[in-house]
Design a protein around this ligand. Structure first.
Ligand code: NI
Ligand code: MN
Length: 249
């Protein structure tokens, strides 16, 4: 009987960056602004899915915006804030036509922009760009593994559970996983608990819940269950709260 050996790279390189003074940045602040909107702040600022229910994200002045899919609760203010944006090719084309400087990519690819790496991952979800009228085809929904300052963060986007999340863990070794737990339109807590196991990031942060009644969830029992059965830590943030993450040594 022969043994199939799959050789997995020991790690996927995460960019290290220096700040304006030439000093190596070695920490990232992750701020949950609400819903699926997360700001990664380090040597650069990356804003993922710039939608919040009340107020505006324009004040964050990100270097880059990353869009997971075309639904309105993820596109948010992308057209009005007009920051350099990374998205699947169909959405990038749509945004360019609206004056947003955009870089297109697709699932499985990596794009490095000014020391920030964007790897696009699959998501089990729909992806049409929602607008009054017919809307536009927005390609398929996606997630991202985003790396800078030696830290890598997986934002799952909107998705159901899929077992290839194991590959995301084995290949990209994210330090942090941002997982939807709201249910109905995405994974709920049970699926997201298995997702956390598949991915194996040391820190997990729940997103895409309690924005509206339809995605109401109590994250506390979920946190308790994960922390009781694994070494994974769960950080429940309130909108606007942040956590500091340092590169794994
Ligand atoms: Ni969606
Ligand atoms: Mn959504």
């Amino acid at each position: 009987m022969s043994l199939l050996v799959v050789r997995v790279p020991p790690f996927f390189p995460v960019p290290r960056n220096v700040d304006a003074y030439g000093i190596l940045s070695a920490c990232m602040h992750i701020t949950w602004l609400g819903h699926s909107c997360v700001l990664l702040s380090g040597s650069k600022k990356v804003l993922i899915d710039p939608f919040i229910e009340t107020g505006s994200v324009a004040g964050t002045k990100p270097d880059f915006v990353a869009i997971t899919h075309g639904h309105a609760d993820h596109m948010g203010e992308v057209v009005t804030i007009k920051r350099p944006t990374v998205a699947i090719t169909e959405i990038a084309k749509y945004l360019k036509a609206r004056g947003v400087p955009s870089e297109g990519m697709n699932i499985g690819g990596t794009l490095v922009l000014r020391g920030v790496s964007f790897t696009m991952t699959p998501a089990m979800h729909s992806g049409r760009i929602e607008e009054t009228g017919q809307g536009y085809g927005g390609g398929t929904a996606a997630g991202f593994v985003i790396g800078m300052d030696g830290v890598s963060v997986y934002h799952a986007g909107d998705t159901g559970l899929f077992s290839d999340m194991k590959l995301i863990g084995e290949l990209y070794h994210p330090d942090v996983a941002l997982l939807p737990i709201g249910g109905r339109f995405t994974m709920g807590p049970a699926e997201a608990m298995m997702a956390a196991n598949f991915i194996g990031a040391k820190l997990v942060i729940p997103i895409h819940y309690n924005t509206w009644d339809k995605i109401e969830q109590d994250p506390e029992p979920w946190k308790e269950a994960i922390e009781r059965t694994t070494d994974i830590r769960v950080k429940i943030l309130k909108p606007g709260e942040m956590v500091e993450v340092k590169p794994a040594t």
